[in-house]
Write a protein that binds this ligand. Structure first.
Ligand SMILES: C[S@@+](CC[C@H](N)C(=O)[O-])C[C@H]1O[C@@H](n2cnc3c(N)ncnc32)[C@H](O)[C@@H]1O
Length: 314
């Protein structure tokens, strides 16, 4: 099996200089998908003017955001600066969301750094009175950090807020129900949860243990992306909180997971990333899905042609 791993494309300056001329979007530009009308912008999530231009007056019923977490791996700011920055993209999101809509934010709690920035972010969200807190999802990763001297950190957190009264569709996992019990009286008859339930399988609830973290042997893997979310996780949010033909926004697009899931789930996606290279990856990932039915580059990478002959081993 070939595995054309790329270095972090936001950091490796030599490769960036090689790839930038091949990127279709420069900062401030928008690409419109000729097939389903998705829009991809090379846009700063905090720039109200650019986001307005990207939205073109449309309102979304769902936002799925996965910002950089202020972890050491990303460009680190003080927690105050980070929160101020978050407040700015929450404002642009709020302006882009319909009166009845859902907002999901993936955000980590660094166990080596006072669990920041998750608690501060949660407190900050209380200032946005238009949003009500609804749930706090934890997704289990298969790999983690802090394995020898601590509990291995394998969790990813996702906060769920709503504005107004949006849709919510119940879903089930592939995991069969095995536990009996939870007796409840219905119409004078004592019933047990197996007979009451609508499905043979369990619901995901807000602790997800059935989602495989992306790694290089999966078809959806996008080499060159360092923070890709599994399609299954994003698909679940889209299925719960939107209808067909709704608009879904994601202001931190990166590998374009929300775009890919929106496309085959028949939603319109308006997505952006501040980095032209990730914008180009998103366009190519959508084109690849359309041409080959593939969701990623398990045995390759999005820039095989441009990087042909380049020594990527560092
Ligand atoms: C954690 S990744 C998102 C991963 C994504 N959910 C996926 O599945 O591929 C965060 C992305 O946000 C982008 N980003 C950082 N600051 C931004 C800003 N101000 N506006 C838009 N995008 C930004 C980064 O370039 C990076 O690609």
């Amino acid at each position: 099996m070939k595995n054309y791993t790329l270095p972090r494309l936001d950091e490796d300056q030599q490769i960036r200089q090689r790839l930038l001329p091949h990127c279709r979007l420069a900062p401030g530009e928008i690409w419109i998908d000729p097939v389903r009308g998705h829009r991809i912008g090379c846009v700063d999530a905090t720039d109200a003017g650019q986001i307005r231009k990207l939205m073109q007056g449309q309102q979304a019923s769902l936002a799925v955001h996965d910002p950089p977490y202020n972890l050491v791996a990303f460009e680190k700011r003080s927690i105050g600066e980070f929160l101020h920055w978050c407040a700015r993209w929450i404002e642009t999101s709020s302006a882009s969301l319909a009166p009845d809509s859902s907002l999901y934010v993936w955000l980590g709690a660094d166990q080596n750094e006072d669990f920041q920035p998750l608690p501060e972010f949660i407190l900050m969200m209380r200032d946005f009175k238009e949003f009500s807190s609804r749930s706090f999802i934890t997704m289990r990763n298969q790999r983690g950090y802090g394995t020898q001297r601590n509990w291995m950190s394998v969790r990813q957190e996702c906060l769920y807020y709503t504005k107004g009264n949006p849709v919510f569709f119940v879903q089930y996992t592939d995991i069969p129900k095995i536990l009996r019990g939870y007796y409840k009286e219905i119409n004078g008859k004592k019933t047990e949860n197996m007979e009451r339930s609508k499905s043979e399988n369990i619901r995901p609830g807000n602790v997800w243990v059935d989602v495989q973290q992306v790694f290089y042997r999966m078809e959806e893997n996008v080499n060159g992306c360092y923070a890709q979310k599994p399609i299954k996780a994003i698909e679940r949010l889209i299925a719960a909180s939107s209808r067909e033909n709704d608009t879904v926004i994601d202001f931190f697009g990166h590998s374009g997971t929300t775009l890919v899931a929106s496309d085959y789930m028949r939603r319109r996606c308006v997505i952006c990333d501040i980095d032209p290279i990730y914008c180009e990856i998103m366009i190519r990932r959508l084109e690849r899905l359309r041409t080959y039915g593939k969701t990623g580059w398990q045995n390759g990478n999005p820039f095989e042609k441009e990087l042909h002959g380049v020594n990527l081993s560092g």
